[in-house]
Design a protein around this ligand. Structure first.
Ligand SMILES: C[S@@+](CC[C@H](N)C(=O)[O-])C[C@H]1O[C@@H](n2cnc3c(N)ncnc32)[C@H](O)[C@@H]1O
Length: 288
């Protein structure tokens, strides 16, 4: 288990995933009833972009730094507000935030006193960092167990409201199959739950197979988002850098698909290199 998210924190993929995660949480928080956020692959929680990983692999410069220096139109700015508030203060010259929040820190900032946050991080070093980054918080339950196995035990949450983020590192060749299987089991236990699953798209053919397997689960209401930032130069930690990513949102809160249609083109244009960006916002299975 070598993956350390610090090398990628705040990159284009993080920005896209975390903006959409924030919007989904904002919708869920509109209702007063308590909710639970479950993050099966939590990472280190928050990232110092000035540390070794951030310095050696400055992917954040083509991600969060671009967004922090941008002047979006008013409708987009309004939608980005909660995410940018979670990112917090930054250096206006470099666009480097003091600390970049991972998904656990975003949830910790947005959620309310009665909400719950369940995090799994199986890498002992990242687990230690996660514990340290989030500090004492009675809403938190942090586990070092396997995220897929724990998910099965966590569902359905007692609150019957909330969001599950499935965001593995894709170090293993069978990771997509593990996500498919996890989603299948999770939806059988909690069909109306909101699930977000992130993936890298390296082969169009393999991705088409992945999407077909998701369709075969038989669950309606699966929104598919994709973002391609065009060719990316190799870096010390990415000999074959990622350019296309996908996000599945199962049972997106009402209104989120429409927001994705506003945010995705804007973020594609902002984060793309050489004007070769592309995006997809479409239903993988029919909306309810
Ligand atoms: C992409 S990072 C997570 C980033 C985080 N969700 C965010 O958005 O800030 C994936 C994390 O999953 C951890 N991991 C890998 N396999 C795991 C497993 N089976 N269960 C739980 N965590 C795992 C890795 O150590 C890594 O920190």
């Amino acid at each position: 288990m070598n993956y350390a998210h610090g090398f990628h924190a705040g990159n284009f993929a993080d920005v896209f995933k975390h903006v959409l995660l924030t919007r989904a949480l904002v919708y869920l928080l509109k209702k007063p009833a308590a909710l639970r956020f479950i993050d099966t692959h939590a990472g280190a929680g928050a990232y110092d972009l000035d540390d070794d990983a951030g310095q050696r692999s400055p992917e954040w410069r083509d991600g969060i730094a671009r967004l922090l220096k941008a002047k979006p139109p008013a409708d987009v700015a309004e939608l980005l507000k909660p995410y940018l508030e979670a990112v917090g203060p930054f250096d206006p010259d470099t666009g480097r935030p003091i600390s970049y929040p991972g998904s656990p820190a975003i949830a910790q900032i947005l959620l309310r006193a009665d909400d719950k946050i369940a995090l799994c991080e199986a890498n002992p070093r990242e687990y230690e960092r996660l514990m340290e980054a989030l500090g004492r918080d009675r809403r938190l339950r942090i586990s070092s167990a396997d995220g897929y196995l724990s998910l099965n035990a966590y569902l359905p949450p007692v609150e019957r409201r909330g969001l599950v983020l499935i965001d593995p590192p894709y170090e293993q060749p069978d990771e997509a199959a593990r996500v498919e299987s996890a989603l299948g089991k999770a939806l059988a236990k909690w069909p109306r739950g909101v699930f977000m699953a992130w993936r890298p798209i390296k082969s169009v053919l393999e991705d088409a197979r992945f999407l077909n397997t998701i369709r075969a689960l038989g669950a309606p209401n699966v929104l598919g988002l994709e973002l391609d930032v065009g060719p990316v130069a190799p870096g010390p930690h990415s000999p074959t850098p990622l350019r296309r990513i996908g996000l599945l949102i199962v049972n997106p809160p009402y209104g989120l698909a429409e927001e994705a249609r506003t945010l995705t083109p804007y973020l594609t244009k902002l984060l793309t290199r050489g004007g070769q960006g592309e995006f997809v916002v479409d239903w993988v299975t029919a909306p309810l």
